[in-house]
Design a binder for this molecule. Structure first.
Ligand SMILES: NC(=O)c1ccc[n+]([C@@H]2O[C@H](COP(=O)([O-])OP(=O)(O)OC[C@H]3O[C@@H](n4cnc5c(N)ncnc54)[C@H](OP(=O)(O)O)[C@@H]3O)[C@@H](O)[C@H]2O)c1
Length: 278
């Protein structure tokens, strides 16, 4: 039900918050066939130029809410911290048949139920920024009122920006957010840190940045194209007694290596997700 789900919606898709992630999702939907006259963006401080560019493509930007007909979907893409102010404004738009999909980190189905009511069909999800090139990863959990058709529609909206993994247990969402939601930042940090380390090892700065970036990107592409486990791809780089083995002895140190460091980082992100729950 992917493309046709977006092409033949009965009501509009309302996007609350057209920032980095919401904006990338809107682009994905329009590319996959959502008619622009079925797209409504609510983002009160959007720069005039961006609002005009969307309006020129037929998207309705910040219309009077009284003129909005029963939405098929409302996608909540504001920051979790502004949710208590921003969400009640769209609550009256929720009608029978509307599915509300959140991409807010931390904010729980229970938090949304308090705003939209116990009868509302609610999905909590977490995408990531490779969504901007259609390579996102989204993890999603459906609330009890979500019908099979609404789950398919939420899947179609999230599939427009990459792959979707549905889970049944909402308690896993903060850890999933820490791994895939925040995860691209860890990979970008790896490229930054490798470039800096190369400079400290004597490489000219520009060369170091270029080869570190291309190496992280190339390794990601190889991981994507290969059927081999990541550990095998790593072993394929590692000649016995060679240079990689010397580096990995540092990076795979049981106490101070990458493993315990990432475990601590992901625990910190998971904890922050719980704090944002509200
Ligand atoms: N970025 C990520 O990697 C990522 C990944 C997964 C999930 N998320 C989630 O996605 C959500 C958005 O994150 P983001 O990175 O896209 O942030 P962002 O770029 O700041 O986007 C949020 C947008 O909402 C707008 N906004 C603020 N108050 C609003 C209101 N009352 N009504 C409507 N729009 C309002 C903001 O406008 P102003 O700039 O004018 O305030 C901004 O355009 C967050 O909940 C985050 O947890 C983000």
């Amino acid at each position: 039900m992917s493309e046709s789900a977006l092409k033949y919606l009965s009501g509009p898709v309302v996007l609350l918050g057209a920032g980095k992630m919401g904006g990338a999702m809107l682009e994905g939907w329009l590319k996959l066939g959502l008619s622009s006259d079925h797209a409504i963006v609510l983002d009160p401080h959007m720069p005039a130029e961006a609002a005009e560019a969307l309006a020129a493509r037929g998207v309705s930007v910040n219309p009077n809410l009284d003129t909005v007909s029963a939405p098929s979907v409302i996608l909540l893409a504001v920051k979790p911290q502004v949710a208590p102010d921003a969400l009640p404004r769209v609550a009256p738009l929720v009608k029978a048949g509307t599915v509300v999909v959140s991409i807010m980190a931390g904010r729980t189905l229970s938090f949304m139920t308090d705003i939209f009511g116990a009868d509302a069909a609610l999905v909590r999800s977490i995408p990531n920024t490779p969504a901007a090139i259609g390579r996102g990863v989204s993890v999603a959990v459906a609330g009890p009122r979500v019908s099979a058709a609404q789950r398919d529609l939420a899947s179609a909206l999230l599939s427009a920006i990459g792959i979707v993994e549905w889970i049944e247990d909402e308690a896993l969402m903060d850890a999933a957010t820490a791994v895939s939601g925040s995860g691209p930042a860890y990979a970008f940090l790896l490229a930054e840190a490798m470039a800096q380390a190369g400079i400290e090892a004597g490489l000219p700065a520009e060369l170091s940045h270029r080869i570190a970036r291309a190496t992280v990107a190339g390794a990601g592409a190889l991981l994507d194209h290969s059927d081999l486990p990541a550990a095998t791809l790593r072993q394929n780089v590692t000649s016995p007694g060679g240079t990689t083995a010397a580096a990995l002895a540092v990076l795979m140190h049981e106490e101070n290596g990458f493993g315990p460091l990432l475990t601590a980082a992901i625990a910190a992100a998971t904890k922050r997700g719980k704090e944002l729950a509200g």
